[in-house]
Design a protein around this ligand. Structure first.
Ligand code: PEP
Ligand code: MG
Length: 757
């Protein structure tokens, strides 16, 4: 059974479009289940019908023409209840709806299962028999398993069609919407540009060739280069490996011949596809075909093809650097956006970002927010390669990507962009005003930084201190650990720019999703593994060099605060403080006039929440990292798009924890701040000031927005809201209550719609 299942799924996976996928499904399922009829009905939401999209056993003339209204017939019933229906005598069922065009009058037994993807029913897979047949439980289970596996493939194929402008049954579609989560608020309209990591055949977009002749030449040269490499390898292996194995190289050389793979690629290029896209297309086709083979030896050949074509791809990319020409309004799209990809685009051209992987609290989203670029993360079902070059809209408020927009929708978004412009210009007027509530309660807004550019932007926005300098950012951009002096220079810049205002430097927080290229950490569960303080305490030489650099950098300025990430027990604080004191004594002995800085602990783990009081007693300040705290309290990976909808810092459990941390820290008379993304959400900021946080530290791009909201409310209103919210038991309800309060206070609609945490 498992073999049958695997073969069908593989065959469907290799289909080139939706129709061929469906045709394969009906043929192979009918065969596997030995039934007379197998059909697929898909929902076409443009016409609210389930359309017969493919069938083996029913009249072919009915395919694509016959449909059932939503809820109609047995198919409608299966879809409505999202459950299978298994009947020996279908025609006597009250919901049975006879469709004369299909020729199913003599069909009696019926088994229909829903095709469900991400909770929504895409359609129904049906098998039928002319004999009175009772489909067994095992057969029902087989069809359910198959349908669950095929749903993703069908959804992907449907999405591909939608991007090209057609619904499943061929109707023209517009405003094709793909939903992810917000990475950074704002709206952008521009041209999609797909970027991809080098040497990965599966991620190359199918771009148009600018010059066909040139592309053919480029490909032929790359092919010749690989042929040369393999021939050289063949010679070098003489005497080292048995002749039989050495002959494999000859097989490879044949595959590269002009009348084999090479010919097919050139044919594709001549159709107008650029060389990399043509190669990827041909390679992927062959790989899929080999992977479908029953014979294990032949299946293995898929790996050879992949390897061979990747070698050709490397040469192609070397000759034609991957760096593309960026459109004037670039919407950068990638399977997995990286900070380096963002950095490559000229700032003036970068208008929006889309990442298939990741979520609103991934570090790349944090970076996007600090740059103020509308971003949508975790758009899992989007066929990105088809989007390349197309006009798209990024809605960073709702977390949506829209292709094929109608004029009407485009105009609506253009209005929003204008509205944003007016809002931002209006906010400039409050830069110099203090951050206080309408009844004069002073609130301190600090910023989170990583690069020097953040610092300059922050000062311009009126920041009063740095609540979190992510020291790992310069580490991430380096090719080895920066030396003590290199670090000291980087830190000095930040301290000097802000002096005499405080600069809170967090010790190196790598691991999780922050991997240093020169210090890879491979783990099953990186977020529960070797992260933050756990790494640096295991490497005191790295920790000490960093502390020494910080202390040296602060000489004469003395505005440094040191903060420890990912603390989960008191011993980690004891050990860290010992190392900080040791570094301090060493520097004094070296004759440097260093001053001992305030040291603080981040509360990012539930264990630390419960120990806030004892931790607060041991250090000078507490700062809540609500990004990680939310992840660990809710057990929701901050990077996983599948569960991104569950990630909310407005969850009552998170709010209770935050309030507890504030109360416990204040019992020890210490300062408590919050530096997670929540602090930069204007609505959340109102709750946080009511809880009693002394400092809110956020991305500079959010500072004036938060200030403007705080200035429009009184502390009484904030306290009332908090009291009301603490009685609620669901994050959506909390969000609505906050929105309502902002609405009543006359806060602009664009400030009420942050959804970035
Ligand atoms: C946090 O976890 O909230 C935090 C501020 O740290 P980071 O986002 O860098 O993990
Ligand atoms: Mg953190």
């Amino acid at each position: 059974m498992l073999d049958k299942l695997r073969n069908i799924v593989q065959a469907v996976n290799s289909a080139k479009d939706l129709q061929s996928a469906l045709d394969i499904i009906v043929t192979r399922v009918r065969e596997a289940m030995d039934t007379q009829v197998c059909s697929v009905y898909l929902l076409d939401s443009d016409i609210d019908c389930h359309v017969l999209m493919a069938s083996e056993g029913l009249n072919q003339s009915a395919v694509g023409h016959v449909s059932l209204a939503v809820g109609e017939g047995l198919v409608g019933l299966v879809a409505k209840h999202a459950e299978p229906i298994n009947l020996v005598d279908a025609q006597s069922h009250p919901s049975y709806h006879y469709l004369p065009e299909t020729g199913e009058e003599d069909v009696t037994s019926f088994l229909g299962v829903p095709i469900i993807h991400h909770r929504s029913v895409l359609g129904v897979l049906v098998v039928q028999d002319r004999e009175t047949r009772s489909f067994s439980e095992g057969e029902e289970a087989f069809l359910i398993t198959l349908s669950a596996q095929l749903a993703g493939v069908i959804a992907h194929a449907e999405a591909t069609g939608a991007v090209e402008g057609t619904s499943p049954s061929g109707h023209k579609t517009t405003n094709t919407t793909f939903t992810g989560v917000s990475g950074a608020t704002g709206v952008a309209i521009g041209q999609a540009l797909v970027v991809f990591p080098p040497a990965d055949l599966s991620l190359i977009p199918r771009r148009k060739a600018k010059n066909i002749k040139k592309e053919v030449k480029l490909f032929n040269n790359s092919l010749a280069a690989v042929r040369g490499d393999i021939a050289a390898l063949y010679d070098r292996m003489a005497g080292h490996v048995p002749e039989k194995e050495r002959d494999l190289f000859n097989v490879y050389l044949h595959m590269l011949d002009d009348d084999a793979l090479g010919k097919e690629v050139v044919e594709q290029i001549k159709l107008g596809v650029w060389a990399q896209g043509a190669l990827a297309y041909v390679a992927n086709e062959h790989v899929r075909n080999f992977e479908m083979m029953d014979d294990a030896y032949l299946r293995e050949r898929a790996i050879d093809i992949k390897d061979l074509c990747s070698r050709v791809l490397l040469y192609l990319q070397e000759k034609e650097p991957v760096k593309p020409t960026y459109p004037r309004k670039t919407i950068l799209i990638s399977e997995e956006l990286t900070p380096a990809m963002l950095a490559d685009v000229p700032k003036a051209k970068l208008k929006g970002l889309i990442s298939v992987k990741g979520s609103g609290s991934s570090h790349v989203a944090i970076l996007a927010r600090s740059m103020g670029i509308p971003t949508v993360m975790g758009v899992v079902d989007v066929p990105i390669n088809q989007l390349d070059g197309k006009e798209v809209i990024v809605d960073g408020y709702t977390g949506q990507l829209i292709s094929n927009p109608t004029d009407q929708l485009r105009n609506r978004y253009l209005d929003t962009i204008k509205e944003e412009g007016v809002l931002v210009r209006g906010l400039a007027g409050i830069k110099k005003l203090p951050c206080e509530t309408a009844d004069n309660h002073r609130v301190h807004l600090w910023v989170n930084t990583g690069l020097m550019s953040d610092v300059l932007h922050s000062l311009d926005q009126g920041a009063e201190g740095i609540g979190l300098f992510r020291t790992e950012i310069p580490f991430l951009l380096s090719e080895r650990f920066p030396s003590e002096q290199e670090q000291a220079d980087i830190y000095r810049e930040q301290l000097e720019a802000f002096a005499p205002m405080k600069v809170t430097m967090r010790t190196l927080d790598v691991g999780g999703d922050k991997d240093l290229p020169y210090f890879p950490i491979e783990e099953e569960n990186p977020f529960l593994g070797w992260r933050g303080i756990r790494v640096t305490l295991d490497h005191p030489e790295i920790f000490t060099a960093q502390i020494r650099a910080m202390l040296k950098a602060s000489i004469g300025l003395n505005n440094l605060q040191i903060m420890l990430p990912m603390i989960c027990n008191v011993n980690e604080v004891v050990s860290s403080v010992q190392l900080i004191k040791k570094a301090y004594r060493e520097l004094l002995q070296e004759g440097l006039e260093v001053e001992y800085p305030p040291v603080g602990v981040m509360i990012e783990l539930p264990s630390a929440v419960y120990q806030t009081r004892v931790l607060a007693r041991m250090v000078d300040f507490i700062s809540v990292g609500s990004n990680d705290l939310t992840q660990y309290i809710l057990g929701v990976d901050r990077n996983n798009p599948r569960v991104a909808h569950l990630y909310s810092s407005f969850h009552p459990a998170v709010l209770q924890a935050l309030q507890f941390v504030v109360t416990e820290t204040h019992k020890e008379g210490k300062q408590v701040s919050i530096c997670g993304e929540m602090a930069g959400d204007p609505g959340a900021a109102v709750l946080l000031i009511a809880m009693g946080f002394d400092v809110l530290s956020m991305n500079a791009s959010m500072l004036l927005k938060v200030k403007s909201v705080i200035r429009s409310l009184t502390m009484d209103v904030a306290m009332d809201l908090l009291e009301q919210v603490m009685q609620l038991d669901d994050s959506q309800m909390v969000r609505s209550a906050v929105d309502m309060t902002l609405y009543n206070a006359g806060v602009d609609r664009l400030l009420r719609t942050s959804r970035t945490h």
